[in-house]
Write a protein of this length. Sequence first.
Length: 166
Amino acid sequence: MKKGFWKFIFSVLFIAIVSSTIFIIQQYNVNNLVQSDKNIKNEIYVYYVSGAVKHNGIYKSLKQLTYRELFFNVKINELADISRFRLNNFVPNNEKIYVPYANFKLKWINFENIKQLEPLKLSNKISNSLLSLRKERFSITWSEIERLPGIGPKTLEKLKNFLDLK
């Protein structure tokens, strides 16, 4: 009878220890999950992208992106020059990113809207005067462009590197 009594006491004690250990481990895991949820930031990362990309404008993300991930999401143009970007580095939040064109020349015949001159960062007045000149004439010379108001030597040099008048 004493043997049965001690077996019963040890088995109850063993079950109590095992169940209390399981309970403590579960409580520890739940506390860790709650603390890790508090550490997660609910920050929205905003990027302003323009230039040689298909989706110009604002791009928002729940996680911080690398340049590679951002360029994949905004669909860079095949004429884009991304050599100045370190693709594996993170893009800073609220960063304005301009993706330049690589050796791209716009033909005068194909010039149809102001957005095509966006890589040159010309003023709207100059862009509008060039567009109105393009709508008036299909062939033009550099001297005629130089006579437009607001076009100086620096702007003319930019246009010569970007526009193909042939």
